[in-house]
Design a protein around this ligand. Structure first.
Ligand SMILES: [Zn+2]
Length: 166
């Protein structure tokens, strides 16, 4: 396993749309393992393919209340309900956070690493992370959803975090 470099905005790759995965092979399995390791290292909750320069539809998620990593292939949101304001950050936008509008709950579907179909209805943090990571695959950044965002100025509406010692 290896740690991967996480691309930082405004790297143009983060605005590109990822294409569908057509098969699971050894390389993809290795990438998935590396993405999980990278996510764990940075203590994040989710990571999308293009954040590590891989232009296909794979995301990994690890939320604190779950033991296992979720590795999701070709995920898509099929239904959303409601709206709520939540605090959010992104491993590709270091040093900032913001308040965004997210759904109360969502339904999503896709494939797992065994090419089995899955479907989920999620709320809370899991719903938020699914929306955030699937957005990445479509070239959408979380600050696009900021309540007080000015288009064309990506810093606008973001809150700068205090420098943390690492
Ligand atoms: Zn992100």
């Amino acid at each position: 396993m290896a740690l991967l470099e996480i691309l930082q905005f405004p790297n143009p790759i983060l605005r590109k749309k990822c294409t569908k995965i057509t098969e699971i092979n050894k390389d993809l399995r290795r990438l998935a393992d590396d993405m999980c390791e990278t996510l764990d290292y940075h203590k994040g909750v989710g990571l999308a393919g293009n954040q590590v320069g891989y232009m296909k539809r794979i995301i990994v998620i690890k939320i604190p209340e779950e033991e296992q990593f979720r590795v999701l292939i070709n995920p898509e949101i099929t239904e959303t309900f409601g709206i709520r304001e939540v605090e959010e950050g992104c491993l590709s936008v270091s040093g900032y956070k913001g308040i965004v509008n997210r759904s109360l709950w969502i339904k999503a579907k896709g494939l797992d690493m065994k090419w089995q179909k899955w479907k989920i209805k999620a709320d809370g943090l899991l719903a938020q992370v699914l929306e955030h990571e699937i957005d990445h695959l479509n070239g959408i950044m979380y600050f696009d959803h900021l309540v007080n965002h000015v288009k064309g100025d990506w810093h606008s509406g973001l809150i700068q975090l205090e420098q943390e010692s690492k």
